[in-house]
Design a protein around this ligand. Structure first.
Ligand code: KG4
Ligand code: ZN
Length: 335
């Protein structure tokens, strides 16, 4: 079975094509048009600009994915699209495109929850990863810890009560003078800095549950920059990054201590951060579980994750009726 997946929930128009195989599924194409430049001067994603850009690029992204897989539209057996959560204008574009392709080719269609796609995709890259696993999902919009029992069965253990970890990286980057989605620049700064130079708060560290909070940490960092200026930018970045990692580290250990002991799996754009990856690897080795994260390219939003989750859902639950609506909010608990 060959599945084409479309992702348009934020600022990337992405299309992935995969082939299902008994032993290992194969990625045939992964194409992304990123809108970073269109949004950069506004300091964040502008939903109306995003929807228009998706509309402009969706056809060409699909055509490029088909060309790089050396396939035609008639070769596709299943069409999948992210149906939410996300920016509604973008989701409408990808969802309607996948429905239209399914309708016009007479092939089945599957609607995919964006978070489920992040949650399931690591399994595509590992033959040894077994359910249940403990998933950290850390992106610009989400920071959640989930117990993934099997495809389609997720238990939300904890989540941020305010800002997502990636959002904080982006805000800190912005006041340091970097373009939006600047998490990677904060990491670069942090490489030159001392993580113990500033004692930033670690909110909810001992709260006894698995929830997180990052907005107090963010405010503390922004206040420090307002007071001190940017002369010690690298130390501030390193100390901020250390605080984020400590919070996530503590919450993952708390989950394992509470009996959610399975391999640690991590995904979402913030997992590009090497210090966070190293912290999670340490938690895994200290607690005797495995650690797995998809290759960096597939930690961020991509079309392959939608194709993979679509294929898994299709195997389990069959096609989605074409009257399914796009959902700006769609918690995994409502799947
Ligand atoms: O998953 P993603 O590509 O998009 C969604 O939010 O869905 O995640 C993007 C987020 C942004 O907040 C970005 O600044 C952050 O991931 N990020 C990083 C790094 N690379 C990307 N944060 C910290 N360190 C990085 N190296
Ligand atoms: Zn995402």
């Amino acid at each position: 079975m060959i599945t084409l997946g479309i992702e348009t929930s934020c600022d990337d128009t992405a299309v992935g094509i995969i082939r299902t195989a008994a032993d290992k599924d194969e990625i045939l194409a992964s194409e992304t048009f990123t809108q970073t430049e269109q949004h950069a001067c506004y300091g964040g994603v502008v939903p109306e600009i995003a929807s228009r850009a998706h509309l402009e690029k969706i056809d060409i992204t699909i055509a490029q994915a088909l060309a790089s897989a050396n396939l035609s539209i008639a070769d596709i057996d299943l069409f999948a699209a992210g149906a939410g959560p996300g920016l509604i204008g973008g989701v409408i574009v990808g969802l309607n495109m996948a429905k239209s392709l399914a309708l016009s080719t007479g092939k089945p269609f599957v609607a995919v929850n964006h978070l489920e796609a992040h949650a399931l995709m690591p399994a595509m890259f590992s033959n040894t990863l077994k359910f249940p696993y403990l998933l950290l999902l850390a992106s610009g919009g989400h920071t959640q810890i989930l117990w993934v029992e099997k495809a389609g069965a997720y238990k939300l253990l904890g989540a941020t009560l305010d800002d997502a970890a990636g959002e904080c990286f982006d805000k800190v980057a912005k006041v340091m003078g970097y373009n939006y989605m600047g998490g990677k620049y904060v990491e670069e700064e942090a490489l030159q800095g001392d993580p113990s130079a500033f004692a930033f708060p670690r909110p909810l560290l001992h709260s006894g549950d698995f929830n997180m909070s990052f907005s107090g940490l963010k405010t503390s960092v922004l206040n420090t920059i307002a007071k001190e200026g940017l002369a010690r930018k690298a130390d501030i970045a390193a100390s901020f990054q250390a605080a984020v990692c400590d919070v996530i580290d503590a919450k993952m250990r708390a989950c394992i201590d509470a009996g959610y002991k399975g391999d640690i799996v991590a995904s979402g754009g913030v997992l590009c951060n090497k210090t966070l990856r190293a912290a999670l690897e340490r938690v895994a080795s200290d607690t005797g579980v495995g650690f797995f994260a998809p290759p960096l390219k597939y930690c961020v939003d991509n079309g392959v994750m939608i194709a993979y989750a679509g294929q898994e859902r299709f195997k389990l639950f069959g096609a989605t009726p074409l009257d399914i609506k796009p959902r700006p909010r769609w918690p995994l608990s409502e799947i």
